[in-house]
Design a protein around this ligand. Structure first.
Ligand code: SAM
Length: 247
């Protein structure tokens, strides 16, 4: 896609998703370059099922940036299961005030994120390769982040056990969910209680997505949880325990 068309579509999509503040100045050029880097890399490794520019603009960039308004200025943010760098990379472009760490279990994905960040000249993003439920017990990472977010990684009650240990006391755990969000929230009642977090906001809306196949796919819930107290030391448990008996 030519740059002018990319700019026209993005301007419309960002405006309709109320994130126009991030479609400004040089950020637009960096997002255009990121889209091209991602689509090119997707030809040689499986980064994403989305393989066209309109899909990247709507379902990666705009969707990722809907979380930005929930993240306080200057926060140290961990993106768990970042995959192809979503929401980490667009957030790093849009919010230079943040320091973002992208965590993923797959080394090829964290290597891609680091290489994309370097090509784009982003200095506010770093990567960690490993499994969340193991690194959450590592003193280097446990209770070290102001905000821990995740998109499209695991069911909420499992995701919470992976993510909450990384957040500082009084920090935030932000889960970006789609149409099953409410059902997942219901099933996560025990996880919320056990992990000593409380739901502060359910930001529910429809993503404006020109690439959507049907309307139900546009449903979004951003659940913002506050960590009320340090996570009990027995969490996170091993992956086998978590999968066998989710909280
Ligand atoms: N967040 C990205 C997005 O929204 O496009 C990627 C989503 S992808 C479906 C899920 C990612 O989570 C994969 O890259 C996978 O390697 C990673 N993942 C799954 N379980 C994980 C774990 N226990 N610890 C760290 N990463 C994990």
């Amino acid at each position: 896609m030519e740059k002018q068309e990319f700019f026209e579509i993005s301007e419309q999509v960002f405006a309709n998703n109320h994130i126009s503040e991030f479609w400004q100045g040089e950020k637009r050029d960096v997002l255009f370059d990121l889209c091209n880097i991602m689509l090119e890399q997707n030809k040689v490794m499986n980064l994403s099922a989305i393989r066209d520019e309109s899909g990247v603009i709507c379902r990666h960039f705009a969707d990722s940036l809907t979380v930005a308004k929930h993240i306080p200025s200057g926060a140290k943010v961990l993106d768990v299961g970042s995959g192809g760098g979503m929401p980490a990379l667009p957030l790093a472009v849009a919010r230079p005030d943040l320091h973002i760490t992208a965590l993923d279990a797959t080394a090829k994905k964290t290597a891609y994120i680091a290489s994309a960040a370097q090509k784009l000249g982003l200095s506010n993003i770093s990567t960690i390769c490993g499994r969340a439920e193991e690194l959450g017990n590592d003193v280097k990472y446990r209770e070290k982040f102001d905000v821990v977010c995740a998109r499209a990684v695991a069911e909420l009650r499992i995701l919470a056990e992976w993510c909450v240990p990384f957040a500082k006391k009084d920090g935030l755990f932000i889960a970006m969910k789609g149409k099953n969000g409410v059902a997942e929230l219901d099933s996560a009642a025990n996880a919320v209680k056990t992990l000593l977090i409380s739901l502060e906001k359910d930001d529910s809306f429809n993503l404006f997505d020109i690439s959507a196949q049907n309307e139900a796919d546009a449903a979004r819930h951003i659940f913002v949880f506050r960590k009320k107290a340090p996570t009990p030391s027995k969490y996170p448990r091993t992956n086998a325990q978590i999968q066998k008996k989710p909280l």
